[in-house]
Design a protein around this ligand. Structure first.
Ligand SMILES: N[C@@H](CCC(=O)N[C@@H](CS)C(=O)NCC(=O)O)C(=O)O
Length: 217
């Protein structure tokens, strides 16, 4: 039975991109169920799959996993040959640390710059709190790249779960035209060049659902 991934609209769902880009990049077969946000039956539909009423959730036969980071961990355990986390212990510990930091933090950036994968690039004035989040993200990426990134353009060289966890932030920095250092831009460009990233954007653009609260930002 194929894995089933339940996600929200690709245009607006940052959390859903994480497991999706990981599955797509590592060519793990899965079936996708898209539940559009903010419709009268959205909550009821998501609750059929996850008790939190949130997307994404992953279903592997009788096993259900929700919370994007837990899904990433489940996939890493199920596919040990895929190097979803970096193989070396120190790199893996660091990748997990950054992924937890991302999962739990950067609230100011998230609130100020909502995810919209269809948004044309347009500058938005940032608050001090958002600038502080961006500075920490840039520092975290630079340190990972410098210490562990020699084998490729991603945080730990080859694409890993840490990149999947940060992928939605790449969209926020790009679309809100946030001023970033060259090394940050190079990393963003590497993510945006991935076939899996491009496939997600193409699907987002083809979606018919529109949410004014995000499209007007
Ligand atoms: N911490 C959760 C957050 C999930 C989340 O907030 N998902 C949003 C979509 S991006 C959602 O399902 N919202 C539905 C709703 O609030 O009705 C995770 O990492 O999976």
């Amino acid at each position: 039975m194929p894995l089933k991934l339940v996600i929200a609209n690709k245009a607006y769902s940052s959390w859903s991109l994480r497991p999706w880009i990981l599955l797509a990049h590592f060519k793990i077969p899965f079936e996708e169920i898209v539940i559009p946000l903010d419709l009268p039956d959205t909550r009821k539909r998501i609750l059929k799959y996850a008790p939190t009423g949130k997307c994404p959730s992953l279903h592997d036969g009788a096993i259900s996993v929700w919370e994007s980071l837990a899904i990433v961990e489940y996939l890493a355990e199920k596919y040990p040959d895929k190097a979803i986390w970096p193989k070396a212990k120190a790199a893996r510990a660091h990748a997990r640390t950054l992924s937890s930091e991302m999962h739990a933090g950067f609230q100011a950036l998230r609130q100020h710059c909502p995810t919209n994968f269809r948004r044309p690039v347009r500058k938005l004035e940032l608050t001090e709190a958002v600038e502080a989040d961006v500075a920490r993200i840039e520092a975290a990426w630079a340190e990972a790249r410098k210490t562990f990134g020699a084998a490729g353009p991603f945080l730990f060289g080859r694409f890993s779960a840490a990149d999947a966890m940060f992928a939605p932030v790449v969209n926020r920095l790009h679309t809100y035209d946030v001023k970033v250092k060259k090394a940050t831009r190079d990393y963003m460009d590497a993510i945006m060049a991935l076939p899996a990233w491009k496939a997600w954007i193409k699907d987002a653009e083809a979606e018919e659902w529109r949410l004014e609260k995000y499209d007007s930002m």
